[in-house]
Design a protein around this ligand. Structure first.
Ligand code: IDP
Ligand code: MG
Length: 138
């Protein structure tokens, strides 16, 4: 089934100028970019995006980090895009991410792990509504 995934290239990816390489991986795989923009998240947007983590000890640090600089927000679309993007990203902790995955190739620590991808189609739709208006989606 064709799905959308909300992908964020986090501030560390923008700062390190590796966003093009990461976007190219999705294009090369055959996934489509259905929307894309550079933006700085407000703390409100960050809190809404990560609402499932609001009671976790790392939440404040996570919001500080994700609002610390611009991100690139994208909708990546394709057959089983949610699961495919997650597989391409690697695990949350880069220590466990296989080489060849994005986190396995570009990240060393969990707090700066380069990329976000939706974990389910339901969360993808919820997250897309935080970042994109209807007319920004192609
Ligand atoms: P995910 O990004 O792989 O879906 P989540 O569990 O949804 O992982 O956590 C959201 C983000 O919060 C992670 O990408 C990571 O940057 C950060 N994070 C998760 N767990 C920890 C932790 O234990 N310490 C510090 N940061 C964490
Ligand atoms: Mg998650």
């Amino acid at each position: 089934m064709v799905e959308n995934s909300l992908v964020l290239l986090k501030p560390d990816a923008v700062e390190r100028a590796i966003t093009g390489e990461i976007i190219a991986r999705f294009e090369r795989r055959g996934l489509k970019i259905a929307a894309m923009k550079m933006m700085k998240l407000s703390r409100e947007q960050a809190g809404a995006h990560y609402e499932e983590h609001q009671n976790k000890p790392f939440f404040a640090g996570l919001v500080d980090f994700i609002t610390s600089g611009p991100v690139i927000a994208m909708i990546v679309r394709g057959e089983n895009a949610v699961k495919m993007v997650r597989a391409m990203m690697g695990t949350t902790n880069p220590l466990d991410s296989a080489p060849g995955t994005i986190r396995g190739d570009y990240a060393t620590v969990m707090s700066h792990n380069v990329i976000h991808g939706s974990d389910s189609p339901v969360n993808a739709e919820r997250e897309i509504n935080i970042f994109f208006k209807e007319h920004e989606i192609f």
